[in-house]
Ligand binder design. Structure first.
Ligand code: NAD
Length: 258
């Protein structure tokens, strides 16, 4: 089904664990050339890369704290130097940073949340754009940018997560502008919007808290990162989604139905 992903050059930001890593492993199983990224190399990096290569992909790690625009450019440049171009960019780096109610938000926290969730995606996409354009021209197929939104982008987020929710809503929205102005260049933009997935993102919750959250999810449980991965394959594959752009795909067990 995803045969056309073989050999595609896929850069996934924030992918040393969780949803991003599960996506990277899925792309490797389909024979893609995959770049994973995090602020620094994780302890299990060698094993991770080896597993991805023995699954049939090519894999490399690109360190960079994407809160910095210079690092966004450096990661894109290093990926292009390694693989010769970019066909698919997945802007997955993101997170809560912390929980602060409105009255406790200061400039430093505002910058930290918006840099990680909004600036990183915009700057990485900006620097990848010439390569994505070239990919579309050379292959005659669309190149694909995938953003990672959130159920919080609709609901506003839980306690102390208002800024995070707003940054994710910003992503859901800004792709509309990119669709309007870059579709003619052969680039598609779509968003995968997870609900509640069992990753380090929820490390602040004990089992009782997770059980309480699960009661609000019709599926009755958190998602597993590998259950999100196929949506990235779908939006990356020209054969599957070559006429789909500007969409938000909600992967949330029925938690929210916009
Ligand atoms: P995670 O904490 O397990 O993974 C986050 C990844 O981002 C890690 O690989 C980490 O190294 C990387 N990262 C963090 N800061 C970075 C930085 N400054 N520069 C580069 N990389 C950085 O979380 P996850 O649950 O896998 O989240 C992945 C994405 O999904 C995030 O954008 C998150 O907001 C979104 N999301 C998660 C959930 C959920 O319930 N888990 C729900 C909705 C949206």
């Amino acid at each position: 089904m995803f045969d056309d992903l073989k050999g595609r050059r896929v850069l996934i930001t924030g992918s040393t664990q969780g949803i991003g890593l599960a996506a990277a492993q899925a792309f490797a199983r389909h024979g893609a050339k995959v770049g994973i990224n995090g602020r620094k190399a994780p302890a299990d990096l060698d094993a991770t890369l080896k597993t991805m290569e023995s699954a049939g992909g090519e894999a490399a790690f690109f360190a960079g704290d994407l809160c910095s625009s210079a690092a966004c450019k450096a990661v894109v440049d290093a990926f292009v130097e390694r693989f010769g171009g970019i066909d698919v960019l997945i802007n997955n780096a993101g997170g809560l940073v912390g929980r602060k109610p409105l009255e406790e938000i200061d400039d430093e926290f505002f910058d930290a949340v918006t840099d990680l969730n909004a600036r990183s995606a915009l700057m990485t996409t900006k620097h990848a754009l010439p390569h994505l354009r070239r990919s579309a021209q050379d292959s005659g197929q669309t190149a694909s940018v995938i953003l990672v939104g959130s159920v919080a982008g609709y609901t506003g987020g839980g306690p102390g997560a208002g800024l995070y929710g707003a940054a994710k809503a910003w992503l859901h929205n800004i792709q509309k502008n990119w669709v309007a102005f870059h579709t003619k260049e052969g680039i598609r933009f779509n968003t995968v919007s997870p609900g509640t997935f069992d990753t380090a993102f929820h490390a602040d919750k004990d089992e009782a808290a997770k059980a309480r959250v699960s009661t609000g999810i019709p599926m009755g449980r958190f998602g597993k990162p590998e259950e999100c991965a196929p949506t990235f394959l779908f939006f990356a594959s020209h054969g599957c989604s070559g006429y789909i752009t500007g969409q938000v795909l909600d992967v949330n067990g029925g938690q929210f139905m916009p």
